[in-house]
Ligand binder design. Structure first.
Ligand code: HEC
Length: 133
């Protein structure tokens, strides 16, 4: 019974993945303008106050490279759940979103028209690719 349930679940999530990425279509990546200028600008002061003491831009380049091909939401939830190291989860969700936009901006990824929208699911369909060094 359990086995059957598990099987059904996998089929459902496989179908969801196909729906998200389209059959054979190239998935959207962080190079496709997945955050807005406004978000990155709003994220900068919070980032400088709460993140810069421990990490520089190169650190985030490595973090992105290490997560090649993963959905962006994985990185977001990791940051949301564990950072800042000295006070995890202490910022507003919107701040975390703006900080991620700022991180994409300082690692060389372009802004676009659509904002990062965690609750709207926009990060689930975007995959990480390594920055240019
Ligand atoms: C007090 C120091 C400190 C602060 C402040 C801090 N971090 Fe971290 N962060 C760490 C440590 C320590 C690790 C885990 C060890 C490592 O990967 O260097 C880490 C890991 C990470 C990772 C995962 C790196 C990887 O590739 O595994 C990310 C992404 C990250 N931090 C982002 C942030 C962001 C965004 C902020 C601000 C909201 C922040 N950090 C604030 C200390 C800090």
């Amino acid at each position: 019974m359990n086995k059957f349930k598990f099987g059904m679940l996998s089929i459902v999530s496989a179908a969801a993945a196909v729906a998200a990425f389209g059959l054979g279509a190239q998935p959207k990546t962080i190079a496709d303008g997945v955050y807005t200028e406004e978000q990155a600008a709003a994220g900068q002061p919070v980032f400088e106050e709460r993140c810069s003491a421990c990490h520089n831009a190169d650190f985030y380049k490595t973090a992105l490279s290490n997560r090649n091909n993963q959905p962006l939401v994985f990185l977001f939830e990791e940051i949301l759940g564990t950072m800042p190291m000295d006070m995890p989860g202490s910022l507003m969700d919107e701040d975390y979103q703006n900080i991620l936009a700022h991180i994409l901006s300082i690692t060389g990824f372009p802004a676009g028209e659509e904002p990062l929208d965690y609750y709207g699911g926009s990060m689930e369909t975007v995959v990480i690719i390594p920055p240019e060094s």
